[in-house]
Design a protein around this ligand. Structure first.
Ligand SMILES: NC(=O)c1ccc[n+]([C@@H]2O[C@H](COP(=O)([O-])OP(=O)(O)OC[C@H]3O[C@@H](n4cnc5c(N)ncnc54)[C@H](O)[C@@H]3O)[C@@H](O)[C@H]2O)c1
Ligand SMILES: N[C@@H](CCO)C(=O)O
Ligand code: NA
Length: 435
């Protein structure tokens, strides 16, 4: 009987040691022995690139691991895995490309880079015959990249609806629960540490748009970048919108929506606030949690739920990828890459179809309802329900439409605003998650 020689160690380097990196290093160092058993070879964290060494003193990580020369670390030539948790476009892109060229597989949490220029990275990984894994980039700890890329690879995904930004979900949830306006809810989110001092990327929907681009590419086997994603944030959502949603049995959520038409030739990828029925599974996603709701032909409806951010939860997703790509290195193989063969057109927002909730302040006199209904009719927008409430000499009309083109709805709203008996259109919001 012969016994095989012990496998050589898997050497891992990490770029960045911030919120996510600190937790990745902590678990990797603490659990190295157990992770090595799962991988089938010892795993060794051999270096961590940081911007400033002084900042590392307070961390419980051996000081000899740190370097400020990220380029030298990734090109040292003996690495199996490089973890990129710096974020942003450069130098992350340059370092990932250098790591792949030097023979390492890469695990990244960098949604911004993948959504802007994923192609360059995916192609470099294929050329280098190495892995590029990024479970942490979408919805943190929640397994969603791998389910789309592998588990659902034999099915036809029709729609993905995601709450993929915890900060905005926390704010909208607070507005729903307390009746607060956006500014007060944002202040509270910042005070509790759920929103950053500069909340732009979250509240303006940039973070969710990057994740939507990644999800759409995976779901529909095509290339989608952040430039293709229609984006609206939550800064314009008012307490009145939230109250109005509640009156129709709905809640307001910031959704990342990826849809394909039945012919499989056109996709819509968009991020905007929307009313969803309180009975929809996404409506019960509270606080800073994330969830991704997937509808596919054979599987039907699937929901993935959990913590979408935070150091330790995000480290869980990073380490899952590290174990997977390390196993591949031991076996001398690499995993499934991106499938981008589908020839689909990404629709302009004007051609996206959904339902709308429109709140119109009008004079309360004969002929007003008819004129309002006419404005919808001429643009081929069919009305599903109308509710009227008296307000002194004025009234408020709340119209919910059937499915219509976004451009047709915009033209309708334009015409309503021009009507002499209309005092204003106080809220326009899309309605999603209604079958
Ligand atoms: N924080 C989360 O909850 C979360 C969740 C999912 C994904 N992510 C992603 O993970 C990545 C890291 O996020 P984070 O929250 O840890 O950010 P962070 O700002 O806390 O950490 C990034 C670290 O990288 C360091 N850095 C910057 N440039 C560097 C360079 N040239 N060389 C070495 N180090 C450099 C910074 O000094 C900082 O310490 C980002 O891509 C982010 O989008 C974060
Ligand atoms: N800032 C993001 C976490 C990282 O993607 C959020 O609020 O969900
Ligand atoms: Na994830």
């Amino acid at each position: 009987m012969t016994t095989s020689a012990p496998a050589r160690p898997i050497r891992i380097a990490m770029l960045g040691c911030g919120v996510v990196g600190t937790e990745v290093a902590r678990f990797l160092l603490r659990d190295a022995e157990e992770l090595g058993r799962r991988v089938g070879a010892p795993v060794e964290l051999v270096g961590i690139a940081v911007r400033r060494l002084e900042r590392t003193r307070s961390l419980d990580i051996p000081s000899e691991l740190f370097t400020t020369d990220a380029k030298a670390l990734v090109t040292r030539g003996d690495l199996d895995v490089v973890i990129e948790v710096i974020g942003g476009i450069e130098p992350a892109r340059e370092l990932i490309l250098a790591a792949l060229e030097s023979g390492a597989s890469v695990v990244t949490a960098n949604k911004a880079l993948l959504a802007e220029d994923g192609d360059t990275l995916y192609e470099a990984a294929v050329k280098a015959e190495r892995d590029l894994y990024y479970e942490a980039a979408v919805a943190g700890a929640i397994p969603i990249v791998r389910p789309l890329r592998e588990s659902l690879a034999g099915d036809r995904v029709e729609r993905v609806l995601g709450i993929v930004n915890g900060t905005t979900n926390f704010i909208l949830d607070a507005m729903t629960t307390t009746g607060a306006g956006f500014d007060d809810a944002l202040d509270e989110a910042q005070r509790l540490g759920f929103a950053e001092a500069d909340p732009t990327a979250d509240v303006e929907g940039f973070d969710a748009a990057a994740k939507a681009a990644i999800l759409a590419g995976l779901a529909f086997h095509t290339r989608v970048t952040i430039a293709d994603v229609h984006r609206e944030g939550i800064t314009e959502v008012t307490a009145a919108d939230v109250a109005s949603a509640s009156e129709i049995g709905s809640v307001v959520k910031l959704l990342a929506i990826c849809e394909i038409d039945p012919e499989g030739s056109q996709v819509s990828v968009r991020v905007h606030p929307a009313m969803i029925p309180a009975t929809h599974p996404l409506a019960s996603v509270r606080g800073a949690y994330n969830a991704v709701f997937v509808e596919s032909e054979a599987a039907g409806q699937l929901m993935f739920y959990g913590p979408g951010a935070g150091g330790a939860p995000t480290a869980s997703a990073v380490l899952g990828d590290v174990v997977t790509v390390a196993r591949h290195r031991v076996d001398g193989v690499f995993g499934p890459g991106e499938t981008v063969h589908a020839q689909v057109e990404v629709l302009d927002i004007g051609r996206a179809r959904t339902r709308y909730h429109v709140q119109i302040d009008v004079e309360d006199r004969p002929g007003v309802l008819a004129a309002v209904a006419e404005a919808f009719a001429v643009h081929d927008v069919s009305i599903k329900t109308v509710r009227q409430e008296g307000r002194g000499g004025d009234a408020q009309l709340v119209v919910v439409t059937h499915e219509a083109d976004d451009a047709a709805l915009a033209a309708t709203v334009g015409q309503l605003r021009d009507l002499e008996m209309v005092r204003g259109v106080s809220s326009v919001m899309r309605v999603e998650g209604v079958s």
